[in-house]
Design a protein around this ligand. Structure first.
Ligand code: HEC
Length: 146
């Protein structure tokens, strides 16, 4: 009997951990669509970078990595209201994760500019991990469904 109670408690605590995920789905259609566009844009860029990385074509990587760095949704395109909306509806950790992701893109650009193979591979991997970390935490309504 005790075991049953314990597992019920666990279930409850898991579902309350889901609360922050409502953040993204609570965004207005317009703001959410901007986020989607940013995501598609960075995915396309990451695929291109992978392709150039395995060819050792660093010159082609730099502008794409810089572009990902600058595609930071919070930096541009947003109206003041949308900016406030993001701050209001998304948890602080989400914004920090996004910001650290874009910072890594800058480091990748830097690595490719100086043709530093190991740095390019390392930052590419770190960036991929950020996609997964954020999706498995804040995009569970889309990916990593249990
Ligand atoms: C800080 C959080 C965060 C990071 C980092 C992140 N994503 Fe996302 N991504 C999201 C969220 C949240 C959604 C779901 C958006 C929604 O449901 O409207 C999403 C959705 C997407 C989508 C689907 C877009 C659509 O609506 O068609 C793609 C593709 C995507 N992400 C790719 C990536 C890739 C590739 C990376 C890493 C290189 C990445 N994301 C990093 C939060 C993030």
């Amino acid at each position: 009997m005790k075991k049953v109670v314990l597992s019920t408690l666990l279930l409850v605590s898991v579902s309350s951990a889901d609360v922050p995920h409502k953040g993204v789905t609570a965004l207005s259609a317009q703001t959410r669509s901007l986020l989607s566009q940013e995501m598609q844009h960075i995915e396309k860029g990451m695929k291109q970078i992978f392709s150039y990385m395995i060819r050792g074509d660093y010159e082609s990587i730099t502008p794409i990595a810089n572009d990902i760095r600058d595609s930071f949704i919070f930096k541009k395109k947003l109206t003041k209201e949308q900016r406030l909306e993001l701050k209001d509806k998304l948890p602080k950790e989400f914004i920090e994760l996004d910001s650290s992701f874009h910072k890594l893109a800058g480091e990748l650009a830097n690595g490719s500019e100086f043709e530093e193979k190991d740095k390019v591979i390392k930052t590419f991997n770190q960036m991929s991990r950020k996609c997964i970390k954020c999706h498995s935490t804040y995009a569970k309504h889309r990916f990593f469904k249990e």
